[in-house]
Design a protein around this ligand. Structure first.
Ligand SMILES: [Zn+2]
Length: 111
């Protein structure tokens, strides 16, 4: 089968609607993406942890980013220390609660 330009630009069969506005792969999802990879992903953020021992000369970092597999009803935030393999998933409400508590702790130092 020959892939024509019109086929190449067609949305993959597994994508049932538009990407959410935060998806960094809008227009780049492929029909042959592995089922586990069929997800919308936002910008990743990373913070190096200076109090943790370096690993192989590199700082340990916390990574976080928006994620929504196409079968998920809502987006979540993946949060990982050191490796995405050990990521935990947070609802948006849980992430807000953690962010609020972290800011409260920081404010205790500042006051
Ligand atoms: Zn997407």
């Amino acid at each position: 089968m020959t892939i024509t330009e019109s086929n190449a630009s067609k949305a993959p069969f597994w994508l049932k609607g538009d990407c959410p506005p935060w998806c960094q792969f809008t227009g780049d999802h492929k029909g042959d993406d592995y089922p586990d990879d069929r997800s919308h992903m936002g910008t990743d953020f990373s913070v190096d942890l200076t109090l943790e021992p370096a690993s192989y000369g590199y700082p340990v970092s916390v990574e976080m980013g928006l994620y929504q597999h196409v079968t998920d009803a809502e987006p979540s935030i993946r949060f990982a220390g050191g490796s995405w393999k050990h990521a935990v998933s947070l609802t948006i409400a849980e992430a807000r609660a953690i962010a609020t508590d972290l800011l409260a702790l920081c404010d205790e130092v500042a006051s």
